[in-house]
Ligand binder design. Structure first.
Ligand SMILES: Cc1ncc(COP(=O)(O)O)c(C=O)c1O
Ligand SMILES: *[C@@H]1O[C@H](CO)[C@@H](O)[C@H](O)[C@H]1NC(C)=O
Ligand SMILES: *[C@@H]1O[C@H](CO)[C@@H](O)[C@H](O)[C@H]1NC(C)=O
Ligand SMILES: *[C@@H]1O[C@H](CO)[C@@H](O)[C@H](O)[C@H]1NC(C)=O
Ligand SMILES: *[C@@H]1O[C@H](CO)[C@@H](O)[C@H](O)[C@H]1NC(C)=O
Length: 414
């Protein structure tokens, strides 16, 4: 044994990340009719990843632009990216932007934006290093929310009521009750639209009730906006909740991901939008953000941010992008409609209206873990143990097979 041997005996094997494990299992499966409904990424009707036409166009412009180089970006990111991103989230005519109290931090995807925001809150929210501040995440939620806030140091991460399994919809009473009972200044992570994994969002009236309590009880809003455009096909509609909270005077964070709506998953394009009380507060906050970024990734990568900012800052490219987003959203809506109709035509027990009532990339089918296991083992249709399916994995070619498989799972397995 050499020097240092045994240094790592204390590091146990960590369990695999469920959604990546599912994709690995899918790849190894040689069944000709296999279908992957796991990972949250868009697919075309030929089941292929889609490079948005507008992205291809902008990539060409970037290659041909001899003024660009590969120097370090500023710590907080590409300036024109940072300013364009807030406009997408808050709207062109946002009063908060005009009042110079909105700033952004370019981050490594939506995940990086959540992490920078969480690190900042742990250091500077309601005191310093206040790791006892409760952080509430929806039950269920994107599982990484728990890990990101725990790794940032928060010790008290709690679920808030969200999904009512019996009625396959929002548990509004449970949610409002949790808001009423949470200690003042608790942090709430809210999905801005297209809730992952349930595909169920509050209505505008319900958002207003949520905001009323959060304001009265002085609770902190941390929006996670990973699917803007995917819910309705409209960027503005999908940002309604964020804009409403800002118009109500909240100081808040928005973790924006451009992975899904630009199809730029591996470029890691995200943005943390900070809405502060005034410019002086914002400046102080951003100076601390700069310190956090410096020790975390020092400064962000440029390629994805260039693609996004060139698109957002040019009116023609911007409208082309909106069209591309709508193409993706419309295909999802079509698949929802067809899946529901096919299950109803097959006479599959249960009601399937929730498939078209839910929105965004995912549907929470209501299949139980045993039925999910049957789908994977017997039918080679891969989905999350929670019963979540990625609607983009469905195509006009495999939807009959998937519907038949769900029918079998529901009728054969209890
Ligand atoms: C709710 C939610 N938040 C954040 C993210 C992270 O996005 P990104 O890949 O940009 O880090 C995802 C991605 O699946 C998500 O579903
Ligand atoms: C990032 O956020 C800031 C603050 O909201 C905003 O000004 C900027 O436009 C955002 N950048 C992008 C690309 O959305
Ligand atoms: C917060 O915690 C960090 C890391 O433990 C420590 O270095 C820092 O001094 C603390 N800050 C305050 C103000 O207590
Ligand atoms: C916020 O800080 C106050 C004053 O220190 C403290 O009493 C309260 O418990 C803190 N709230 C949370 C949610 O940590
Ligand atoms: C910063 O925001 C707080 C409220 O969050 C406010 O009381 C204060 O006046 C603002 N401006 C400055 C300069 O601190």
């Amino acid at each position: 044994a050499g020097p240092g041997s045994g240094a790592f005996t204390m590091s146990p094997q960590a369990p695999p990340v469920a959604v990546f494990k599912l994709t690995a299992d899918f790849r190894e499966d040689s069944h000709p009719q296999k279908v992957n409904l796991g990972v949250g990424a868009y697919r075309t009707d030929d089941c292929q990843p889609w490079v948005l036409p507008v992205v291809k166009k902008v990539e060409k412009l970037i290659v041909e632009d001899s003024s660009l180089n590969h120097e370090y970006l500023p710590i907080l990111g590409l300036p024109e990216f940072r300013s364009a991103a807030s406009k997408v989230a808050l709207g062109d005519d946002s009063t908060a932007i005009k009042e110079n109290r909105v700033g952004g931090v370019q981050a490594l995807g939506g995940t990086g934006a959540l992490r920078v925001g969480a690190d900042f809150l742990r250091r500077w929210y309601n005191g310093t290093n206040n790791t006892a501040t409760p952080v509430y995440v929806s039950a269920p939620t994107w599982e990484n929310h728990n890990g990101v806030f725990a790794d940032a140091g928060f010790k008290d991460i709690r679920p808030y009521h969200y999904w009512d399994a019996a009625k396959r919809g929002l548990d509004l009473d449970g949610l409002l009750d949790d808001l009423e009972k949470a200690p003042e200044r608790s942090i709430f992570v809210l999905h801005a639209c297209a809730h992952n994994p349930t595909g169920t969002d509050p209505t505008q009236e319900e958002w207003k009730k949520i905001a009323e309590i959060m304001k009265r009880r002085n609770l902190f809003v941390f929006f996670d906006s990973a699917y803007q455009g995917f819910a309705s096909g409209s960027l503005d509609k999908d940002a309604w909740a964020i804009r409403f909270f800002v118009s109500e005077g909240f100081e808040l964070f928005v973790a924006q991901s451009f992975s899904k709506n630009f199809g730029l998953y591996n470029e890691r394009v995200g943005n943390l939008t900070v809405v502060a009380q005034d410019n002086e507060n914002l400046t102080r906050i951003l100076s601390q953000m700069e310190k956090i970024v410096r020790t975390t990734w020092s400064n962000p990568p440029s390629q994805g941010a260039r693609i996004v900012s060139k698109t957002l800052n040019c009116p023609e490219l911007f409208s082309e992008w909106k069209g591309n987003v709508k193409t993706m959203a419309d295909r999802v809506l079509l698949m929802r409609d067809q899946l529901k109709t096919k299950l109803q035509d097959l006479g599959t027990p249960g009601t399937w209206d929730h498939i078209t009532q839910q929105i965004g990339m995912f549907s929470f089918t209501g299949l139980n873990p045993k039925q999910v296991e049957y789908m994977i083992k017997e039918k080679h249709v891969y989905l999350m143990a929670s019963g979540r399916i990625n609607m983009c994995g469905l195509t006009t070619k495999n939807i009959d097979y998937v519907a038949q498989s769900i029918h079998e799972a529901v009728t054969k397995v209890q």
